[in-house]
Design a protein around this ligand. Structure first.
Ligand SMILES: NC(=O)C1=CN([C@@H]2O[C@H](COP(=O)(O)OP(=O)(O)OC[C@H]3O[C@@H](n4cnc5c(N)ncnc54)[C@H](O)[C@@H]3O)[C@@H](O)[C@H]2O)C=CC1
Ligand SMILES: CC(=O)[C@H](N)C(=O)O
Length: 363
């Protein structure tokens, strides 16, 4: 029997009033089979890790990866991959129908630095692309997870322990488009019952895929530069404190929110916090763990102005309470894992081979 959305939405309250056990509302798929998930922007920094995790959980063929870039052979052979431009509503619509999609993880976006350089592109992809995805989610009754960012906050937002609900007046194209996304997602949830979910990531650090043109990219670039040249020129100032997170925490948290029962969500957009550091602090940690000779200098550019408008840390009690958000990686853990994962890539470079020789002599 097809139950109208309005009835479904009212059910928990009806159950409560008649003192019946609360009814679990499942609106996106009716069988016990795993959900079929479409990931947009799957070749970006976060997309490929998310696709791997989703496939491990729901099965290779239940996760359709998509992007407008060409995948590597490994990416192409690891499961279904399709070309999908989020600016083209009809092709998204067709994809959802052809593959019987239940959930969309929407990762296509233009990040903060690229958005400031090319505002028209940022507006187009982040606003029109998101609107297309949201319409498809509405028309096919899909669950939609689309991440937001600490960049949705702005210069007048309280900087420390920034709460979920506060002043949001960003002054970057990226931030403006993300506030638009959050509000429109909430609107579609309230008006049309779209199961929209979002979380505000800090800067994400990963050794697996290069970052896509953001203000926090330095915190990935620095490891490659350390291993290659034992020095790095940072585009932010030494004291630019920003919240950061390791990719494994990011993907685990995203899966937790994606899979959370709808009735456990008390809001649609959640802050998630993990750790925070300045460029000078991470350089010190690299000196401690890798090479005391590591040299860092600073040539701040336009990204410093962006960083100055973002929080130093975010308060994330609601995420911890509603879907058990619990990050594992502190700054020192991130430095250790990044150096460990990237060292083999640079093993033939002088810095790493010299360090290995010194370690062997010391032992
Ligand atoms: N990486 C980070 O530190 C953070 C990321 N986020 C958010 O997470 C999501 C994923 O970010 P990343 O993977 O880092 O971004 P990314 O820039 O690495 O990847 C974005 C992907 O979107 C694709 N794309 C661009 N235009 C497209 C179009 N018209 N149609 C389809 N695909 C298109 C690109 O080809 C790229 O593969 C974004 O919403 C971003 O705002 C939020 C905060 C931090
Ligand atoms: C924090 C983000 O959203 C992203 N990494 C960026 O720097 O643009």
């Amino acid at each position: 029997m097809l139950i109208p959305t309005a009835t479904l939405r009212a059910m928990p309250r009806i159950a409560q009033l008649s003192r019946l056990a609360p009814i679990t509302v499942r609106r996106t798929y009716a069988t016990s089979r795993p959900p079929r998930v479409l990931v947009t922007g799957s070749l970006g920094q976060l997309g490929s890790s998310m696709v791997n995790t989703l496939r491990a959980k729901f099965g290779r063929d239940n996760v359709v990866a998509s992007d407008i870039k060409k995948p590597t052979d490994v990416q192409r052979n690891s499961g279904p991959f399709v070309y999908a431009d989020v600016l083209n509503y009809k092709s998204l619509d067709k994809l959802v129908v052809d593959y019987g999609i239940d959930w969309v993880v929407h990762f296509s976006a233009v990040l903060s630095a690229v958005g400031e350089r090319n505002p028209a592109l940022g507006l187009d992809v982040n606003i029109n692309g998101f609107q297309n995805v949201l319409e498809v989610a509405k028309n096919h009754r899909l669950r939609l997870l689309s991440p937001s960012t600490m960049g949705a906050f702005g210069p007048t937002t309280p900087k420390d322990n920034t709460p979920d609900f506060t002043i949001m007046r960003p002054n970057t194209i990226y931030g403006i488009t993300k506030v638009h996304m959050e509000l429109l997602g909430e609107y579609y949830n309230e008006k049309f019952g779209v199961d929209f979910r979002s979380l505000r990531y800090p800067g994400i650090i990963s050794a697996d895929t290069p970052p896509g043109g953001g203000t926090t990219d330095y915190a990935v670039d620095i490891f490659h530069a350390a291993l290659k040249d034992n020095s790095y020129t940072c585009f932010l100032k030494d004291d630019a404190m920003l919240p950061m997170m390791y990719i494994d925490d990011c993907i685990r948290g995203t899966m937790q929110l994606l899979e959370a029962p709808e009735e456990s969500l008390t809001q649609r957009v959640y802050n998630v916090n993990a750790c925070a550091f300045t460029p000078a602090q991470i350089a010190d940690e690299i000196r401690k763990q890798f090479s005391s000779e590591f040299k860092m200098d600073y040539h701040p550019d336009f990204r410093q102005q962006i960083a100055e408008t973002w929080p130093h840390s975010m308060e994330d009690n609601a995420a911890r309470r509603d879907w058990a958000w619990n990050p594992q990686y502190e700054t020192s853990d991130i430095v250790a894992v990044m150096l460990k994962k990237l060292a083999p890539v640079y093993q033939n470079h002088q810095v790493v081979s010299q360090m290995a020789a010194e370690t062997a002599v010391a032992q």
